[in-house]
Design a protein around this ligand. Structure first.
Ligand code: SF4
Length: 238
């Protein structure tokens, strides 16, 4: 078994980014929001739910709740009803109201701009924190959601299953200035081409850089067994 070097992974990742930028020049976060607190709330709502569904629910919330204090003072039962269609509404209500109470109490009503502060809020892990840092404060962060986890594995950029380990491994491979956009590009790629159940490898602009490209049925097996094998790939421009 041959292990791909970090340098080779970096080179391949840069080419993947270049091609995905070309394919998805408008890649950005697909959750709608009006202010930092609105984004934090939307990201919590998006757990186990599509961004499309969240975007249907948030306009009414944005009208009614404008500040962290508004969410902190929300009536629990009313709020549960308002977000019910996003699923897991009790836990999400608890997280959103709980996080906003902390934001009011400890951060003067402002969504914090530090990872170590964000992750102390109820319902906020590194994934949500990186969404906030990257999309509100312009602080680079790799968002390891279900798409990034799946596709980073398929692309052979990691063989971890744990999102935090994946994030740290990708941090070493991807240039810091690209971290936020890399996340958007991979998420767009996952929603439009590299689908979870049936990736469209024939229409994939990075298929010659992907060790999982040949037999789609082997992908899930390959994730467990590949263990960092060097893919027989040549970086070439498209
Ligand atoms: S070749 Fe297939 S598995 Fe690999 S990134 Fe493209 S769509 Fe995904």
């Amino acid at each position: 078994m041959v292990t791909e070097s970090l340098e080779s992974k970096k080179k391949r990742a840069l080419e993947i980014i270049r091609r995905l930028k070309k394919k998805f020049p408008d890649a950005k976060i697909e959750l709608n929001f009006k202010n930092p607190i609105g984004l934090l709330m939307a990201v919590i709502l998006s757990a186990q739910c599509t961004d499309k569904r969240v975007n249907l629910v948030t306009p009414a919330l944005f009208k009614k709740y404008k500040t962290a204090k508004d969410y902190a003072n929300a009536n629990v039962k009313t709020f549960e009803k308002e977000i019910r269609s996003t699923g897991f509404y009790r836990a999400k209500t608890k997280s959103i109201i709980g996080a906003c109470r902390e934001i009011v109490k400890r951060f003067g009503g402002k969504v914090p701009n530090q990872m170590e502060d964000l992750v102390t809020l109820p319902g906020v892990g590194r994934k949500t924190a990186n969404v906030i840092l990257g999309n509100v404060y312009g602080i680079p962060g790799i968002v390891v959601d279900t798409h990034v986890k799946r596709i980073a594995n398929r692309l052979g950029l990691t063989n971890h299953e744990d999102p935090v380990k994946i994030e740290f491994e990708l941090n070493d491979i991807i240039p810091k200035k690209e971290w936020t956009l890399f996340s958007h590009l991979i998420i767009w790629h996952g929603r439009r081409t590299c689908f979870a159940r049936k990736p469209n490898c024939a229409d994939c602009s990075v298929n010659d850089l992907c060790p999982s490209r040949e037999d789609v049925k082997q992908v899930s097996v390959g994730l467990k067994s590949r263990g960092g094998v060097t893919p027989p790939l040549q970086v070439r421009s498209r």
